[in-house]
Design a protein around this ligand. Structure first.
Ligand SMILES: [Zn+2]
Length: 66
């Protein structure tokens, strides 16, 4: 499997399986599927294992993780 194949940052599914939406975080390109776009919007802390630092600006959501 090519390492640079776009996959959803959350579920790791590729564009053969789901549509992927491209976004940039911390200057790097990533992809996320429509199913997990709401996770990034409402619960960005849940993406922290995949995108280190993404929750830093969303501290009010930290109650979920603690
Ligand atoms: Zn996904």
């Amino acid at each position: 499997m090519p390492e640079n194949e776009p996959v959803c940052v959350y579920c790791q599914r590729a564009s053969e399986v789901v549509p992927l939406i491209q976004f940039i975080f911390d200057g790097e390109q990533h992809w996320i599927c429509p199913e997990h776009l709401p996770v990034m919007i409402h619960h960005p802390m849940r993406l922290a294992p995949f995108l280190p630092g993404i929750g830093d600006a969303q501290r009010e959501d930290a109650e979920d993780a603690e």
